[in-house]
Design a binder for this molecule. Sequence first.
Ligand code: ASP
Length: 423
Amino acid sequence: MQVFKFGGASVKDAPSVRNVLSILKSHANTMPTLMVISAMGKTTNLLEDLALAFFKKDRNLRDLTFEKFLHYHHSIRAELGINETESWNDFLDEFRWELECEPSNTFEYHYDQIVSKGEMASSLIVSEFLKSSGFSHALLDARDVIITDDNYREGNVDMQKSEKKALEYCLPVLNKEKFVLTQGFIGSTVENTTTTLGREGSDYSAALFAHFLNAEKMVVWKDVPGVLNADPRYFKNPVLLTELSYYDAIEMTYYGATVIHPKTIRPLQNKKIPLWVKSFLHPEKEGTKICRDYTEKNKKLPIFIYKPNQILISIQPKDFSFISEGNLSVFFSIAQKYKIKIHLMQNSALNFSICTDFFPDRVFAFLESLKSHFKVTYNEGLGLLTVRSKNLAYDYSEILKGRSILLIQKTRNTSQYVISENE
Ligand code: ASP
């Protein structure tokens, strides 16, 4: 069997949904296929606003945002020629009911109940469209399979329980129907409460299904030709990497390459399942194959990754003593408490610095907490440039031109620069 993942951009409007059907007709006919789908277009962002309005009890904003959600999905349904159905009406009733209640739990909990509706809506619509087009399939609720703890917004998947469920629920349906459609990004606790796996988590869901069901391959269908050696948003003339090792793919996503979610590779690598990144605009083209632990292919190409919106935070002991292991352990426990993801760190005798994403709420709370232990300084408005290259003599000074460099770190194959964002 194979697993397909279609993200939000691939189902952002009616013509895109039709394009998905044509890809399925030509690429899902060779073996049983399980398809994982994301919320349509930018729905997850919209639902994040809705969750916030609900939680703050801002009824006007809540109703306005819900209307936008309805309007967007209804216009896609109409353009696809899907009539009102009982399942869609039931789904909306449940959603409205959810929004009418008073917030009674943490924001994270309500976030998951509301934001998960994006994937539910998109899978329902696509399923109804496939049905009306005579494409035989089964619609599976991913929450019956992906079991997580109750760490809302970032559910940790219980691999054993989920694997058991996947074999119990998916396999028989897949054997019978040959095509199963399900949602990415969402899961459920053992008590049947909906959870989500973190933003952009659908790739990870797809990799989990592939792992549990021993897929022959997984394909992520994207709006780019495959994995490029540089992000076209920031670099000119990127080149397609036809093959990548799991190792390089993990490193790239870790440093900030957004083409696939960082957690995606491990479940595939463990079972040596190849991952293809292909374009839904040119499905006939090869794309990138991620496989093997090591490959010589494309080794000569340097890889450029740019992570915008970074902050560099530095601490010094208040008594001007040296940075010690004791200081660092205090620092790391505070970082863990505020879910600070460290992308780079460097220390000297008197200073310890990290580079992390600038999420204002989280970062300012973290800084406040640090201040009771350390002298703290920070710089905002930065980016993290990572260059992976076998050949460190490669000239990339052009990219750094006109930017101030705040910190450099180099290993044999990787150079990282904390730099000012475009001036
Ligand atoms: N819809 C979710 C998001 O936008 C998950 C995903 O698409 O991967 O983050």
